[in-house]
Each structure stands twice: as C-alpha cells, then as structure tokens.
Design a protein around this ligand. Structure first.
Ligand SMILES: O=C(CO)COP(=O)(O)O
Length: 248
C-alpha cells in the first residue's frame, strides 16, 4: 500500500515571516488522515520551518543540493546540511534546474545517489517538453530520464525514491495533463521500474504528478491507479489552498 503524498514546491518564494504564518495555519488545520504532506522550501527557511512544523504531521524538504558531500562549491548546499536542518526530502532534477541551471541526467543521478547515502528521500523529477510530446516522444524521453536518474541504485534503495512526473508544458501554465494522460505516463514509469528492478519494487515506489495541480484537479488525479500524489507549485503557496489540496 503506497501512502499518498501531497508535496508543495515553494520554488523561490516566501520570506521567513510568510513561511512561519503558513506553518501556523498548518498547525491549526491537520491534513487528512493517511495522507503524507510535505513542504519543499528555500534553503534559508529550513531550520526555522523545521521548528515551526514540529508536531504538525507536515514533513519538510529542500529543492536542490550538490552532488558532492563538501568542498569548494560556492553557493551550494550539501545533503548533510539539508539533513541537519531537520528536512527529510529533497527535490532533484526539477525541469527548472535542468533548463535554467544546466543540470543533466548525469548530475541528477549523482545527486540522487548522494541524497540516498545521507538518508534523505529524493524526489526525482522527469518530464517532457511540449515539442517532445507533440513528436510522440514522451515515453522515450521519460524512460531515458528515469533510467539515467536511477543508474547504479540498488533495488533496496530504489523504493526509497519518489519519482515526480512533471510535463514541462504543464508547469506554471494552467494547463494540467488530464488525469488519464498523467496516469498513462505514471503507469509507464512504473513499468520502467518493473523492467529495471522487479514488480515488487514498482509496486512500492511512489509516483507523483506535477504541473498546474490545483484544488479542482487534485481529486481526479488522486483517483488514478498509478498516481500516488502531487508535486504542487503555485497552488501550494497559500496555506488555505495547500491545506485543501491535502484533504482531497
Ligand atoms: O513545478 C511544479 C512543482 O514542482 C509545478 O508548478 P505549478 O503547480 O505552479 O505548475
């Protein structure tokens, strides 16, 4: 049985005061029983948010990290630093990181291995562009990203990974994939895991959908067999909206 996961990705938004007000609201409004909830916040907010969210059943994650454990990498943060804050998740290979900051399948793979070694749960993102979808290359693109992202990771570790399918054309555009289309790709990802590892691994690994998810679309997405949760950008920024996503 896979526990549903509703994760907010705040991206580069919120000051400390705004983040603490959000945490206070979540302290007063519990998520639905049996649903895991997560906020992936900007790194400078993590220590304070970990304190503010303690006792709320809302987990905390980072949005990126470096693939080395330490060293001369000005401006970067390590897995151990994220772990120190009390965060337990980290988003890796988000399409904004790939498109705007030059991340590659190889660097995302190194980060995933490093996160697992440190005991963080990686949320490994994949997704096709509009051009790739229109050229009927969605499955091929996703397959290449998933295979490279998980390269060298043993079966015992792969079930700790969460995969997020985020079609690039649906991110921040208001265009959500239909529940059926999103489910089709998530099912294909499960098939890839089954081929790479085993049916058992494929059955236990969680797959999220992301891309303009909101309070109107979340229920339909969550009703699909292969969608285990959502990775939400815009609609995770207001506490009331995030809370209603968690009570789909
Ligand atoms: O990129 C996303 C989550 O990681 C999705 O963002 P939106 O929900 O704003 O489309």
């Amino acid at each position: 049985m896979r526990t549903p996961l509703i994760a907010g990705n705040w991206k580069m938004n919120k000051t400390l005061d705004e983040a603490l007000a959000f945490a206070r609201y979540l302290g007063e409004h519990a998520p639905k029983n049996g649903v895991e909830t997560l906020i992936c916040a900007p790194a400078p907010l993590l220590y304070s948010l970990a304190d503010a969210l303690a006792g709320t059943r809302v987990a905390l994650g980072a949005q990126n990290m470096h693939h080395e454990a330490q060293g001369a990498f000005t401006g970067e943060i390590s897995a151990a630093m994220i772990k120190d804050t009390g965060a337990t998740y980290v988003i890796l290979g988000h399409s904004e990181r790939r498109q705007l900051f030059g991340e590659t399948d190889a660097s995302v793979n190194r980060k995933t291995i490093c996160a697992l070694k440190e005991g963080l749960t990686p949320i490994l993102c994949c997704g096709e562009s509009l051009e790739e979808r229109e050229a009927d290359r969605t499955t091929e693109v996703i397959k290449a990203q998933v295979i490279s992202g998980l390269h060298g990771i043993a079966e015992a570790d792969v079930t700790k990974v969460v995969i997020a399918y985020e079609p690039i054309w649906a991110i921040g555009t208001g265009k959500t994939a239909s529940s059926a289309d999103a489910n089709e790709v998530c099912a294909a990802i499960r098939g890839i895991i089954s081929d790479l590892y085993s049916d058992k691994a494929a059955e236990s690994l969680r797959i999220l959908y992301g891309g303009s998810v909101n309070t109107d679309t979340v229920k339909g997405l969550m009703a699909e067999a292969d969608i285990d949760g959502a990775l939400v950008g815009g609609a995770s920024l207001a506490a009331e909206s995030f809370h209603s996503l968690t009570t789909f």
